[in-house]
Write a protein that binds this ligand. Structure first.
Ligand SMILES: Cc1cc2nc3c(=O)[nH]c(=O)nc-3n(C[C@H](O)[C@H](O)[C@H](O)COP(=O)(O)OP(=O)(O)OC[C@H]3O[C@@H](n4cnc5c(N)ncnc54)[C@H](O)[C@@H]3O)c2cc1C
Length: 415
């Protein structure tokens, strides 16, 4: 009889874990306290960026965080609050704002991002499901000469240290490259190995495909407690009765700190809130996914819409969507695009990224529990890292050799 796995959390990470576990012959159930795909995996930008290897730990980001204490418009913002866990998080984050960490985290990120792109290519080539997959690169657009110079330094590091090369476009070339871009911009860098897709189409269609293969998805089933004996999880206490299995995977995104406490371990993840607006397609809609680096805003064209997304707020689980933040997305995009948004607003949204202080995900055995695996902490890149995470989790559960080195992602690093 097939061994049973229960996955807690039906975001992109839980869904990807379900895919690879079911493919490996396990009987899989995914439980979510809310809707499947309704968390952070719903309204994000959908950029699949293998080029994004550098950690968020940068002195410039630390300075931005400090300045933001008095600037509510800052894209990277810490709301003034007295919370020892958040202070500790920033302390640990700041300790890693150095070149040594950039190299070690960058190389770990490169392995998981690169493996994920290969997995996505295989999934879409095999027509497993549809998600508006566009493997045509990601364009970073710079508005000022200073921005261009700064980005060129980062691009040189990516090329020289990690072998990730971009095509540089001068300002005059941009409107011809993508007619949605305004004249007068300083330039851009096209990372051709990157891609983009529609996130909600991905979670919906991947889930449907898995249902057709026998995976069970149970919504409105929150995990309230976890029982264990002799170093093994024996059952989950949910608000719709108890659940038992042979193995348990915890993919509860930004809520993982609370889940880890139930598991008796420490996973110091903070929620990093972001916003997006989805509209109908502007008349001159970009053909490419773009990142407006100086404003930290992402833009993604879909077949049936257009999305702007950005911001990183450390403000706990505050679910409000201030209209000024949405306006700010459009105002920022106006510097780069003829039309920053389409005529009709289809959705405004916020979601919480699961942020780790070292900019690395948390994938591996729950410390002290032989049949529990954590798959969380995918910060700004969960859509990108999902397939390799799912494959890695299936390999860990099956105690098979892993396709990438899992050591840098081990949950034990927080013990
Ligand atoms: C504005 C914005 C733009 C982004 N753009 C990109 C991008 O372009 N590319 C990219 O790669 N990434 C991007 N991201 C990041 C990406 O969205 C996340 O990393 C990813 O969605 C995290 O997936 P997840 O499955 O871990 O979390 P989630 O999708 O949040 O799923 C976690 C699930 O766990 C469930 N859960 C929690 N606690 C319990 C419990 N006790 N019991 C049962 N269920 C529980 C929740 O209900 C939720 O459904 C962006 C994020 C934001 C906010």
């Amino acid at each position: 009889m097939a061994k049973r796995v229960v996955i807690v959390g039906g975001g992109i990470i839980g869904i990807a874990c379900a895919h690879y576990l079911s493919r490996a012959g396990y009987e899989v159930t995914v439980v979510d306290r809310d809707r499947i795909g309704g968390g952070c995996s719903h309204g994000n930008c959908g950029h699949i960026c293998a080029s994004h290897v550098l950690p968020l730990n940068e002195p410039a980001n630390l300075l931005a965080a400090l300045r933001s204490l008095v600037d509510p418009r800052a894209p990277f913002r810490v709301r003034p609050q007295w919370r020892p866990a958040l202070l500790r998080w920033f302390w640990e984050f700041s300790r890693r704002c150095n070149h040594r960490h950039a190299l070690s985290a960058g190389s770990a990120m490169q392995s998981i991002l690169g493996a994920s792109i290969l997995e996505y290519e295989a999934l879409f080539e095999a027509r497993e499901f549809e998600a508006q997959w566009q493997p045509i690169g990601l364009l970073y657009v710079l508005r000022s000469r200073r921005g261009m110079q700064r980005f060129a330094a980062q691009d040189a590091m990516l090329r020289d240290t990690f072998g990730i090369a971009a095509t540089r476009l001068e300002g005059g070339e941009l409107p011809e490259f993508d007619a949605a871009l305004r004249p007068g911009l300083a330039g851009g860098f096209l990372y051709e190995g990157d891609a983009f897709l529609r996130p909600d189409a991905l979670t919906r269609n991947w889930t449907r495909r898995l249902v057709s293969r026998g995976v069970r998805f149970e919504e409105n089933r929150g995990v309230q407690g976890i029982e264990s004996t002799a170093g093994k999880i024996t059952r989950l206490l949910t608000d719709a009765g108890d659940v038992t299995a042979d193995h348990y995977v915890f993919a509860s995104g930004a809520w993982s700190k609370a889940m880890a406490a139930k598991l008796g371990c420490s996973v110091p993840i903070e929620p990093g809130k972001g916003y997006s607006i989805t509209t109908t397609r502007p008349r001159t809609c970009p053909r490419h996914a773009m990142l407006f680096a100086e404003h930290r805003v992402g833009a993604t064209p879909f077949n049936d819409g257009f999305r702007l997304g950005s911001m990183m707020e450390f403000s706990g689980f505050d679910a409000t969507i201030p209209s000024r933040r949405i306006r700010q997305l459009i105002e920022s995009a106006r510097h780069y695009l003829h039309e920053p948004a389409g005529e009709e607003v289809l959705e405004t949204w916020c979601g919480w990224r699961p942020m780790t202080w070292d900019s690395l995900p948390v994938i591996g055995m729950v410390p002290g529990l032989a049949n529990g695996v954590l798959a969380t902490g995918h910060h700004m890149l969960g859509m990108t890292m999902a397939p390799a995470t799912g494959r890695l989790v299936a390999e860990i559960v099956a105690e098979k050799p892993t396709h990438i080195d899992p050591t840098p992602f081990s949950p034990a690093r927080f013990s």
